[in-house]
Design a protein around this ligand. Sequence first.
Ligand code: MTE
Ligand code: MO
Length: 353
Amino acid sequence: GGGAELVKALPDEWFIRHGTHNAETRLEGLPVGQLVTPIDRFYVRNHGPTPRLSAADWRLEIHGDGVERPVSVTYDQLVTLPSVTITRYLECAGNGRAFFKELLGAAVEGDPWRDGAYGVAKWTGVPLATLLGLAGLRGGAAWVMPVSLDGEGYARPMPLAKAMTGDTILAHRMNGEALPMDHGFPARVVVPGWIGAASVKWVGALEVSAQEPAVEMNTEEYVFLGADYPKPPPVLTTGVVKSAVCLPWPALLPAGRRTIHGLAWSPFGAIDRVDISLDGGGTFTRAARLVGDNLPVAGTWWQLELDATPGAVTITPRAVDEHGHTQPPLSQQLPNDKGYLFAAPVPHPIHFV
Ligand code: MTE
Ligand code: MO
């Protein structure tokens, strides 16, 4: 009790805080060209304070009406099971929420995350398919729900098919280190391509069932609510194609020949190209150059050379992935009450002096 709500430090230089236990990355503070986000700069999205769990006491219970026999796995057993290492991004469904209000004038509830609730890590862990295999699946098994030990019982189900995909894992390492406390120690699920909310932290159980469990995180949170959406509200799963300029908001830069850096990512694959608009998203007349690693369901850095004269401009990137998925124009961006999944290209304001 007492103490800080998070374990890691959140220097203002690298983070914008949202309340006591949430912080988005300042993308301009990232090492340019390095796709994997350093842990000390990785965003944190917690519904409560970070629980301090001990590996010695931790157990993973695999149970429910969908398994042949319940299994309990210790930390030592988990880390010695066959692991895979995958580079994948996580992004909060609320990333970009600020733009619903700023660009569309829409009233949405929730913290005004801008573009920094995105991070890429090298995750090491055991495929859920391997873990479920230890317990054995019954014929009717259809849903898998990771349940957290955070004291709130945070949980979010996924269909069995998603759990059985090879890159859906129970991660116990991040960027080569034991999973940090704030990111889910001893173990978290990583559900690539899905909204961050699916990647449950501090996992203590995998509940396998025939019926879809109804929990807060798939009935009230992380669903599309609002006039434009049906009831019951559609549950959010896959993320959206995104891009961002890695500069302060707004940016102040000396005029002249400048190199502008940014990031782009897709939940479906690698990035094919990043188009650039210099008129606020009306016409896309330039193409950025992709730099460094361009990895599926992780992202890529890009850069743009610009001869800037003094004055105010905006730079609007628009990513296109290898399958042709892209960002919808702002005119097609529907708002939703909770401000999830903002997908349109964002004009980033820059003042050249
Ligand atoms: N898991 C638990 N137990 N509690 C949480 O609050 N937040 C979710 C998800 N897993 C959350 C959780 C949300 S909304 C996101 S976006 C990601 O964790 C954030 O992961 P990170 O803090 O490691 O960046
Ligand atoms: Mo999130």
